[in-house]
Design a binder for this molecule. Structure first.
Ligand code: PEP
Ligand code: MN
Length: 280
């Protein structure tokens, strides 16, 4: 048997559906999560939230605690950012996902978020995984920058071992020798993880590439490969974003992405139906 138990298909053959209000991740249609890398101000967040809602997003993202490579870079608005996310939820009706960096903030983040995100840099922070598991909220678990699929599923196992099976896996690109992109999107991880685990798996093509022009094609590829959804960064003024501007879509680009994902999902659905009919 596999070293991960609770999250394996061996243990539970049917797919897990993660429910966030009226949104179901792992059901039949791809879920679209969108929003800024970081919550910067009320104006920036509400403008983005309204735009992504109107374009068809299902969940709003936005970091209030940011894991930055440089200690001098913008670190996030912390609780003020969480309050703005709650306000954006009130205004748009969209549930919100936001990252927690530290065990000391889990309770605070859980009191505002609908989904708690564990970022790539914390995928193997085992104390954090346990705390987040106990918080009683769905968890979005990103794959570590250099984590194997087995390590990623073992991290999910830490959360599941607390009794919380509401876990969404997120492939966000891994480190390779290729310097032309921020990371390399591991498309093969999607069908493989779907075979190994019953948990839903989504893709973040923004952090996978670092380049907004590549986000939509990779989002399409992710859905074609069987992803249960995508998470993308959107900013009303990417050139002046405090974090990850080069990979942020404008609202107009995001609307185009939603359209393309819907077309892809529809063609997958139609093909599946036609091939089922052909077999009859
Ligand atoms: C993020 O989604 O804001 C983020 C920091 O991503 P990652 O952990 O994948 O780098
Ligand atoms: Mn980011």
């Amino acid at each position: 048997m596999k070293p991960y138990k609770l999250v394996s298909r061996e243990m539970k053959p049917e797919k897990t559906i993660v429910r966030i209000g009226s949104v179901a991740v792992g059901a039949d249609r791809p879920v679209i999560i969108a929003g800024p890398c970081a919550v910067e101000s009320e104006r920036q967040l509400l403008e983005t939230a309204r735009a992504v809602k109107q374009a068809g997003a299902h969940i709003l993202r936005g970091g209030a605690f940011k894991p930055r490579t440089s200690p001098y870079a913008f670190q996030g608005l912390e609780e003020e950012g969480l309050k703005l996310l709650a306000r954006a939820r009130e205004v748009t009706g969209l549930p919100v996902v936001t990252e927690v960096l530290d065990t000391r903030d889990v309770e605070l983040v859980a009191s505002y978020a609908d989904v708690i995100q564990v970022g790539a840099r914390n995928m193997q922070n085992f104390r954090l995984l346990r705390e987040v598991g106990h918080a009683g909220k769905p968890v979005l678990l990103k794959r570590g920058l250099a984590a194997t699929i087995e390590e990623w599923l073992m991290a999910a196992e830490y959360i599941a071992a607390t009794g919380n099976d509401q876990i969404i896996l997120c492939e966000r690109g891994i480190r390779t020798y290729e310097p032309a992109l921020r990371n390399t999107l591991d498309i093969s991880a999607i069908p493989l993880v779907r075979q190994l685990s019953h948990l839903p798996v989504i893709v973040d093509p923004s952090h996978a590439t670092g380049n907004r022009r590549l986000v939509t094609p990779l989002a399409r590829a992710a859905v074609a490969a069987g992803a249960d959804g995508v998470m993308v960064e959107v900013h009303p003024d990417p050139a002046n974003a405090l974090c990850d501007g080069p990979q942020s879509l404008t609202p107009a680009m995001f609307a185009e992405l939603v359209h393309e994902i819907q077309l892809m999902a529809y063609s997958i659905f139609s093909c599946a139906r036609l091939s089922a009919q052909a077999r009859i």
